[in-house]
Design a protein around this ligand. Structure first.
Ligand code: GLU
Length: 382
């Protein structure tokens, strides 16, 4: 990791800060955020802003149509995409006014980030912008996305961007001070968790994960983002973006919210990208967990160990290898289409089965990520 790249900070700002009344952009909260960006740059950091708000900023341009199409989901979706297109320019213009250095608009989709060639191209472009003193302002390209193509939220997008630029820190603005042990809107005794060293099921539960209903809106995607970022060695902060004091404390080297410490032994870049950015298209259930203890095991799985094939995928697509009790064991690229694998799994002629597996293993050796069995499924949003 080069030291220059490690001086990078990614800051994620949500819609409520940009267009608090959904009546176009407002500078109410942006001034202190813009000052933070300027001061970080003055201190030698390269900053990337991941800014939501295009839909919220564009909404006021479509007052009549919004009411007319209220009961038609397809029309509502089209309307949101149109709002995003109209609001994106307004949002960019608003940010641009705060700075006396140039900004650049970078619109991405998950389809861009999960494609290795496009991902590397995004990395190059972001680095080139930063090296020329330009502030990249990143958002999801909502106008072109579909469910299959989108990241879906800018928390996860900001973590993917932070990993792509080898950031040192990721700062995610929230509407509360950080992660609490219960919902501070409902529980006056809720306690702020200042630091998290290990993101596990208990942390997701505090965020309102599957084990609890006490959590705070929007916190799950922030934890997912933190989990992605820390495994790349990126210190991740969740802070209250509505308070100017949060940014002043960050500048003084203090933690105003919750800090998730970056891993001391970060994943290698390609493995991180494959684990946290690439999305699986299907699942292959294998007979025993022991079949998937190492990357080599994954390559050597025999077709007789394949119990079930779920989903539709093509040769080269990413799949998750699971145990029959649903544990996610590994992520890898399939050497077979789901159709062919389903056919193989049904055969009981061992010669026929072996002829498929001798030349090429079930999965390709290049991209294999072993998953912790109790890990939160990263690419599945709750
Ligand atoms: N891309 C969306 C927007 O600009 C926001 C997504 C999010 O807030 O997570 O409106």
């Amino acid at each position: 990791m080069n030291t220059q790249a490690r001086q990078r900070i990614v800051l994620k700002v949500g819609s409520a800060l940009i267009a608090p009344d959904r009546q176009g952009c407002s500078s109410r909260y942006l001034l202190s955020i813009a000052q933070f960006i300027v001061r970080c740059r003055t201190e030698g950091f390269q900053v990337i802003l991941v800014s939501s708000g295009s839909i919220a900023a564009g909404a006021h341009r479509f007052p009549v149509q919004s009411a007319d199409n209220a009961s038609d989901p397809q029309a509502q979706l089209a309307l949101k995409k149109a709002m995003a297109a109209a609001g994106q320019t307004e949002m960019m213009a608003t940010w641009d006014k705060f700075f006396d250095f140039p900004t650049a608009q970078v619109l991405l989709t998950h389809a861009d980030l999960r494609d290795r060639e496009r991902y590397l191209s995004i990395r190059d472009t972001l680095s080139t912008l930063l090296d020329h003193g330009i502030l990249p302002i990143v958002n999801e390209n909502d106008t072109v996305t579909t469910d299959k193509l989108k990241v879906g939220d800018n928390d996860n997008l900001s973590a993917m961007v932070a990993a792509a630029v080898d950031a040192r820190s990721l700062v995610i603005c929230s509407d509360i001070d950080g992660l609490f042990d219960s919902n501070p809107h409902l529980n006056a005794d809720a306690k702020l968790i200042p630091e998290v060293t290990q993101i596990d099921a208990s942390i997701y539960a505090m965020a309102g994960g599957s084990h609890s209903d006490v959590g705070t809106g929007g916190m799950i995607t922030k934890i997912q983002a933190a989990e992605k970022a820390v495994s790349h060695g990126i210190d991740t902060y969740i802070v209250n973006g509505f308070k100017e004091a949060s940014f002043n404390e960050l500048l003084r080297g203090k933690n105003p919210g919750t800090l998730f410490r970056g891993s001391a032994s970060p994943m290698l870049e390609r493995l991180h990208w494959f684990t946290h950015t690439v999305r699986a298209e299907g699942e292959v259930v294998v007979a025993s967990e022991d079949a998937v203890r190492s990357a080599e095991d994954c390559v050597n799985i025999s077709s007789s160990e394949v119990l079930e094939v779920k989903g539709t995928f093509a040769e080269g697509d990413t799949i998750v290898l699971c145990s029959d009790d649903g544990k996610r064991l590994a992520k890898a690229r399939s050497n077979y289409s789901s159709r062919l694998l389903k056919f193989i799994a049904k055969q009981d002629d061992s010669k026929l089965i072996d002829s498929f597996t001798h030349d090429r293993g079930l999965v390709a050796a290049q991209d294999i990520a072993l998953l912790s069995p109790d890990a939160q499924p990263l690419e599945e949003k709750s």
